[in-house]
Design a protein. Structure first.
Ligand code: PFF
Length: 451
């Protein structure tokens, strides 16, 4: 099957496809709640520094590995060195952990879309609306199931192209709307405090948790350290400029995350005060804050409905790329048909997603390390597994296949402007920092145990 790899067409084809996978709930839902929780400006600054250093080096590496070998993760590592075959498998574990809970949140987005379409904005703006919703045993599970089914059906019938086309129209509209909502948020009384909080780094709040959280977010948002970008790279044409494409994807992804923060954080100050409690809401932040913004807007119902529809599309393109990855992993591994693989993945997603969804209500007694099941999966994938995969990838490239091999691949098309920086990053800086971060993550988790 590897023989007949298709390629992305057109100059922008690759960038848009990779951006479709990258831009999703990570930017709109996850980034703002982390920024709010971890000190605003300082988190933003750390994130930006990591994006242009780590993010850049890792994305170049993964895409080049894919383009060089023309294989997806498992095959790519193995083709370059048999001993590193395990790394391909390890990176494939990550999407198995992420996808079920991604779909639970997709279900929440779907619920909010129906809330706005049925004109219940003021109800949704009430303080306990969201908590009441996610703690129910029935509704969140139903929305999750609809969302999962939607994704799997798309993958089963291979109509991703249709969704991708639609999202190419939706994505620019989403950007315009995010800017519009951000401006509206910033104009609310009291919001300026939030703008300051978000844009002015408070260095006294800098600590290892900030770096760990920002690093995990970077992997998540840019779809790194899970084999996905290797697969995308395997479809990339040799004529395309790799370095430039990576910069474009990063700019796109980071730009949207930045705007999402500007849309949500000032609103937290305007509507709920800037208390630690309001800012530390975690995964629920977007769902609590945005309805308040829409409720105070003139045509808030319509704006809210369109907004959640666009978020739904961004989420769908990402979760479809995740589901597609899972389906191809099992069908390649076990030689199953697409139909059978889709059925098995559907069962898997439902079996894992239901406890995640119920974990906020009737099954809240399942709380590993004192976290909700969703937070637990999020922590294991973003703060533990992804740094491990990223570290091993750096070792693999820096010392086994050598940075030179990646540089040569990048230079097939034009000069690699930052190649010295890239080499130092991949051989020394990234691995050392990743180990430090990993040790910290484990210590933190142990700290959670003893709390
Ligand atoms: N990068 C996506 C987001 O930020 O929402 C999440 C994701 C999608 C990760 C697809 C991996 C992937 F294959």
């Amino acid at each position: 099957m590897e023989q007949q790899r298709g390629s992305f067409t057109g100059k922008l084809g690759f960038v848009l496809a990779a951006a479709g996978s990258a831009v999703g709930l990570g930017n709109l839902w996850r980034f703002p709640y982390l920024a709010a929780k971890y000190g605003g400006g300082i988190f933003l600054l750390v994130y930006l520094i990591l994006a242009v250093s780590f993010g850049f080096a890792l994305m170049i590496t993964e895409i080049a590995l894919g383009r060089k070998t023309r294989l997806s993760a498992i095959g790519a590592y193995e083709a370059l060195n048999r001993k590193f075959r395990f790394l391909g498998y390890l990176s494939c574990v990550v999407p198995f952990i992420i996808t079920p809970y991604y779909c639970v949140i997709g279900g929440w987005v779907l619920k909010y879309l129906t809330v706005f379409v049925t004109n219940q904005v003021s109800e949704a703006a009430a303080d306990d609306f969201f908590t009441n919703f996610i703690t129910q045993p029935g509704a969140p599970v139903v929305f999750f199931l609809i969302y999962v089914l939607l994704g799997v059906v798309v993958v089963r019938f291979g109509v991703e192209k249709g969704i991708e086309k639609a999202s190419r129209i939706m994505m620019p509209i989403l950007i315009v709307m995010t800017v519009f909502i951000a401006i509206f948020s910033m104009m609310q009384p009291g919001a300026m405090e939030g703008v300051k909080y978000y844009l002015m780094p408070d260095f006294s709040r800098f600590n290892a948790t900030t770096v760990l959280a920002a690093m995990g977010q970077l992997f998540y948002s840019m779809s790194l350290a899970m084999g996905i970008m290797i697969t995308y790279g395997s479809y990339m044409k040799k004529e395309a400029n790799l370095e430039q494409s990576v910069r474009q994807i990063e700019l796109f992804d980071t730009g949207i995350a930045f705007m999402a923060g500007l849309m949500i954080i000032p609103a937290v100050f305007a509507f709920s005060g800037g208390s630690e409690e309001a800012l530390g809401k975690g995964p629920s932040l977007m769902f609590i804050t945005l309805p308040k913004v829409f409720d105070s807007m003139k045509f808030g119902t319509v704006v809210g409905a369109v907004f959640f529809l666009l978020v739904l599309f961004a989420a769908l393109t990402s979760s479809i790329s995740l589901t597609e990855t899972l389906v191809s992993i099992v069908s390649d591994k076990f030689g199953w048909t697409r139909k059978k693989s889709c059925a098995v993945i559907l069962i898997f997603l439902v079996a894992v997603g239901i406890p995640v969804s119920l974990g906020f209500g009737v099954w809240s007694f399942i709380a590993p390390f004192g976290m909700s099941l969703l937070d637990f999966f999020d922590f294991i994938s973003n703060s533990v597994l992804m740094p491990i995969v990223a570290f091993l990838t750096c070792v693999f490239v820096g010392y086994v296949v050598k940075a030179k091999a990646i540089i040569e691949e990048v230079e097939i098309n034009g000069a690699f402007k930052f190649k010295k920086f890239y080499t130092v990053m991949i051989k020394y800086i990234a691995p050392v920092c990743l180990v430090a971060i990993l040790i910290f993550a484990i210590m933190e988790a142990m700290g959670v145990i003893t709390v």
